[in-house]
Design a binder for this molecule. Sequence first.
Ligand code: UT7
Length: 327
Amino acid sequence: MTDRPALSLNPGSRGSRVLGIGSAQPEKIVTNDDLSQIMDTSDEWIQARVGIVERRFAEKDELLTDFAVAAGKAALEDAGVDPSEVDTVILPNCTMPTLIPNAAAQVAARIGIPSPGAFDLNAACAGFCYGLGVASDLIRAGSAKKVLVIGAEKLTDSVDPVDRANAIIFADGAGAAVVGASDEPEIGPVSWGSAGDLVDLIYMRDQKYIYQEGQSVFRWATTQIAPIALRALEVAGLKPSDVDVLIPHQANLRIVEAIAKKLRAGGARDDMVVADDIKYSGNTSSASIPLALDHMRKAGTAKPGDVVLAVGFGAGLSYAGQAFICP
Ligand code: UT7
């Protein structure tokens, strides 16, 4: 026996839950026809192969942090939580133009959150689900009481504007969730992992522009991601038939539909609502899941109390998913 002092833990909570959701997008709408003016592509090809009708691009002087602030404020308002109550800010992103300083601390200050723990988290397009998992566990462990998770991206800074393989897919925006304590668990354990041996499938070429082997990523996503989503249900003690709303990362509508098909083959209901926010928002990486959820709640297709299954995947390759109750 040593005589070292015993450490004590803050009392955590039995569960955590999403208290509110918010999002923000640039004003500027860019159609497929707009893109076909500057590169060899067409509305027909983009809609058929990717499912995007239009997307939002930030102006030069609009920053990732601007969208993060707006989305964070909207989520706090939705949750009815005052900024002074937030003790932790997690900002999943992969397109902050500088590594130093991070985005989280400055975004928190602009929202008016006094001296929170604040850090960025890079798991690319899986970032939001990673952030939600960390937030949930911080709360359950008693390390945090209210966490703001903001997925925010300005992908147009990281895409060659005339590279038709990428410029038609990626877009800008932010989505946020406020996470707090709950007597009963309303956020399931995160199901996450990575395939670092496939790192070369998506990376920043010459540290400048995103390059991806589209077809290989497509094959990986359509075969490997549905089992991750099923595992997220299993660890939460849920069945596929319990899912009301499925929100896969909005990478490509054909990938979204392939994941939904696999889940239905595994027992998910035909009337499960499947996010198709990519149609009007494009692929916004770590922002795509909360952005889709915010839009679906506003449209009434995701309702308070619904069981939501989210699953993100992308560069790394990294992936993560979890089930949670819609606020
Ligand atoms: O969010 C991070 C994770 N990323 C993803 O999940 C993305 C996964 N990949 C994809 O979504 C798809 O692979 C892309 C959307 C990137 C590409 O779609 P695809 O159906 O895999 O097209 P492809 O690369 O196989 O190209 C098919 C054809 C080619 O022409 P040929 O060689 O058959 O004559 C391409 O040159 O389509 C051509 N093509 C285009 N045509 C018109 C490629 N991009 C375009 C374009 N417009 N924008």
